[in-house]
Design a protein around this ligand. Structure first.
Ligand SMILES: [Zn+2]
Ligand SMILES: [Zn+2]
Length: 279
């Protein structure tokens, strides 16, 4: 059932690529990508400078099985298959089904915070483990994050998030084109002004955290979010949340979804692969 790396590399389209992108995270305000080389399994940081990537359509599990890459097909937008996911019950990631009992006391049983994230003039509600509040704000590219309520389990926090979202008319997600727009009008000053207008109706909110260290400042026009699969070549301009912004060879501002890059295969294009269905 599980294909090993040699089989994939030997016969499948990923043979056209140098590596698989296996993780993306922010360390403070520095985005960090890692790739696993197809040739020898070596893990190394993936730099986007210079940016010259062909990205596969194919996405395979980035988990490890007995010391080898899992490479199971992925049915969802997640980057790990059900067996490799750190959530024992994968559904609990989004819509918790337990308060820690099904998940054996892991994430579902931990204290979670429902928060408001502000992206310049835009707002969304969300929830995350309380210990990850600031990190969660940065990985989403928010300019300001405000804790609203704390709950003893993920399940209760998710219910509270849905209630607050419904009662206040707040979205629970930030579409990528809207996030791209915040590279123009997103600023912590604007977000603080927005929050000052809203704060009287959230009397129990905790202290706000300003997130203003992104390596991307005041663009004059919003980048176009590109399909992840395909060619991305140009000069890196910066990054915010899950988007890396670059200027292509014709001077157009484009954005690459770094979170969606994880589990895909990347390389600079060898001509033999150019006709592959991957592209
Ligand atoms: Zn897996
Ligand atoms: Zn659970």
């Amino acid at each position: 059932m599980f294909r090993d790396a040699a089989e994939i590399i030997g016969s499948d389209p990923p043979t056209c690529h140098r590596s698989q992108v296996v993780s993306f995270r922010w360390r403070g305000f520095s985005p960090e990508l890692w790739e696993r080389l197809n040739a020898n399994g070596e893990l190394r940081p993936l730099t986007l400078e210079p940016l010259d990537l062909f990205v596969s359509e194919v996405r395979l599990c980035v988990g490890d099985r007995n010391g080898s890459p899992c490479l199971e097909e992925l049915p969802s937008r997640l980057d790990r298959c059900r067996s490799c996911d750190s959530f024992p019950v994968q559904e609990c990631r989004f819509q918790p089904r337990c308060r820690g009992s099904l998940c054996e006391g892991t994430v579902c049983g931990e204290e979670h915070t429902v928060y408001l994230a502000l992206f310049g003039p835009r707002t969304k509600a969300g929830m995350t483990r309380s210990t990850r509040l600031r990190e969660r704000g940065i990985e989403q590219g928010a300019d300001l994050i405000v804790p609203l309520e704390r709950h003893g389990s993920r399940y209760e926090a998710r219910e509270a998030e849905q209630r607050i979202s419904r009662e206040r008319g707040l979205p629970q997600s930030m579409p990528l084109p809207a996030l791209a727009a915040t590279t123009v009008d997103g600023s912590s000053d604007e977000a603080v002004r927005m929050w000052e207008g809203m704060s009287p109706s959230f009397p129990d909110a905790g202290g706000l955290q300003v997130l203003d260290g992104y390596p991307l400042r005041g663009l004059v026009s919003a980048p176009r979010v590109m399909p992840t699969a395909g060619k991305h070549r140009g000069e890196l301009v910066g990054a915010k949340g899950r988007l890396a912004v670059y200027r292509d060879e014709l001077g157009m501002l484009k954005a690459l979804d770094l979170k969606d890059l994880v589990s895909r295969f990347v390389g600079t294009v060898p001509s033999a692969c150019a006709q592959s269905t991957l592209f």
